[in-house]
Write a protein that binds this ligand. Structure first.
Ligand SMILES: N[C@@H](CCC(=O)N[C@@H](CS)C(=O)NCC(=O)O)C(=O)O
Length: 208
């Protein structure tokens, strides 16, 4: 298995799950995809969007989209510890919030990380990025409001906790979550401290 990624980026979501499952894989450094055109061109050969994570399962099987990887890995390894099984009481909530995070929150980074891709007028780029960042904060507040704890789904840990722990280290960063989304903040800290995940979080987020 080959994982294209970059430390601190979305590949950490999948690194964490592979570490949790104890599966060996090769990590391929994808490079600075926003500013390095040769890195983008190289990754585009595998993933037309040139995004990480990109997971190559075999020479014929490429997976893009972290949610697809999350579901596929659990199925392939016959595990239900990160993804509740169909029919279990947590399954519907798991799917609802997994899709919420990848469909609503993740794209705010796609649009705001480099606003010049979408907003031509330079003087408008800053405002667009700020508005998108504020919108993301409002989405995190929605997520925080539905968490009962101690984990996203209650008593059981899941891949959703890994999503929160990785993404809470991105803008607006942990200090914002501590003040405005304290349940997510608690989960982000506790997840990074799970023995199976400590190395991954240290490697990706030592400075956050
Ligand atoms: N929907 C994708 C989003 C992946 C994504 O946006 N990854 C970012 C890094 S965290 C990326 O590669 N951005 C580069 C770009 O969009 O050009 C997923 O869930 O895997």
């Amino acid at each position: 298995m080959r994982l294209y990624g970059r430390h601190g980026w979305g590949s950490a979501l999948i690194e964490a799950q592979l570490a949790w499952y104890g599966v060996p894989y090769e990590f391929v450094e994808a490079g600075e995809l926003f500013h390095d055109s040769s890195a983008r061109a190289a990754l585009k050969k595998v993933n037309p969007l040139a995004q990480v994570p990109t997971l190559v399962l075999s020479e014929k099987e490429v997976l893009t989209e972290s949610a697809a990887m999350t579901l596929t890995l659990a199925e392939r390894f016959g595990r239900s510890d990160l993804v509740p099984l169909p029919g279990s009481i947590e399954r519907d909530a798991f799917l609802r919030w997994l899709i919420f995070v990848v469909a609503n929150i993740y794209p705010t980074f796609t649009y705001a990380d480099d606003p010049s891709r979408f907003v031509r007028v330079e003087s408008a780029q800053r405002g667009f990025r700020d508005a998108t960042d504020r919108y993301r904060e409002s989405l995190w507040e929605v997520v925080d409001s539905v968490i009962v704890g101690p984990w996203f789904l209650g008593e059981r840990f899941s891949a959703l906790d890994i999503y929160l722990a990785v993404m809470a280290r991105w803008r607006p960063k942990l200090s914002w979550f501590a003040l405005h989304a304290s349940k997510i903040h608690r989960i982000a800290i506790a997840t990074a401290d799970q023995p199976e995940l400590r190395d991954v979080f240290h490697r990706n987020f030592a400075d956050s």
